[in-house]
Design a protein around this ligand. Structure first.
Ligand code: SF4
Ligand code: FES
Length: 212
């Protein structure tokens, strides 16, 4: 019986940085890289929730035959025969450009500043009025609240430059259980500052946080 099940699991061979790897059918390039201990920087990814492709930092270069393109590895499915480069010059250039954008969006985030420094980005050419300072609008807190905690106490509010994360209608949430999972997964620390506004008077008793 177990042999039958094993034979149904399709493996997907390809290479990452010229190293042969095998993905399970349905894995993304990022999931495969992580299985093999190959580092790809991420901000909006967490294995406990569905990927959103929001930060774009996880870009990699994919080649097959005569074509090559830069893709978001947390959303890109592993495919047989592709060749993935996680740190080529082209990838690094795209990541620098993304980090300039992120620096403009959340100039006060220590994580983004550290990543920018790592990639030699010393400033940004993009100008965003009234940036969110620390929130990169990755939506990780919203997804964890909805998909892991199952209460949807958080949502995105507004559009375009006015978009932000908070409780629906910006009123203290009646469904928030004050578990703090959103704070735990937030890559920039922005959620910590706004948690009190979200949970309002929710008692802060000994809730146990879901493991995320
Ligand atoms: S508060 Fe944190 S987790 Fe939520 S969207 Fe902003 S950066 Fe992402
Ligand atoms: S980690 Fe892939 S887009 Fe953010």
């Amino acid at each position: 019986m177990s042999n039958q099940n094993n034979s149904k699991i399709k493996s997907v061979p390809f290479t990452i940085n010229d190293r042969p790897v095998e993905a399970r059918d349905g894995w993304t390039v990022l999931e495969t890289a992580r299985q093999y201990g190959i580092h790809i920087p991420t901000l909006c990814y967490h294995e406990a929730v569905s990927p959103s492709g929001a930060c774009r930092l996880c870009v990699v270069e994919v080649r097959k035959g005569n074509w090559a393109k830069v893709v978001i590895s947390c959303m890109y499915p592993a495919q047989e025969g592709i060749s993935v480069q996680t740190d080529s010059d082209r990838v690094k250039n795209v990541r620098r450009w993304i980090l300039e954008m992120l620096l403009a969006e959340c100039p006060a985030s220590p994580e983004i500043r550290a990543l920018a420094t790592e990639y030699g980005v010393t400033g940004t050419r993009f100008l965003i009025e009234n940036p969110e300072e620390q929130c990169l609008l990755c939506g990780l807190c919203v997804r964890v609240c909805r998909e892991v905690v199952g209460v949807s106490a958080l949502t995105t509010i507004g559009r375009g430059v006015h978009k932000k994360v908070g409780s629906p209608f910006e009123k203290p949430s009646e469904v928030c259980v004050a578990c703090g999972s959103c704070v735990t997964v937030c890559p920039t620390g922005a959620m910590r500052a706004r948690l009190d506004r979200v949970r309002g008077s929710v008692h802060q008793g000994p809730h146990s946080s879901p493991k995320v």
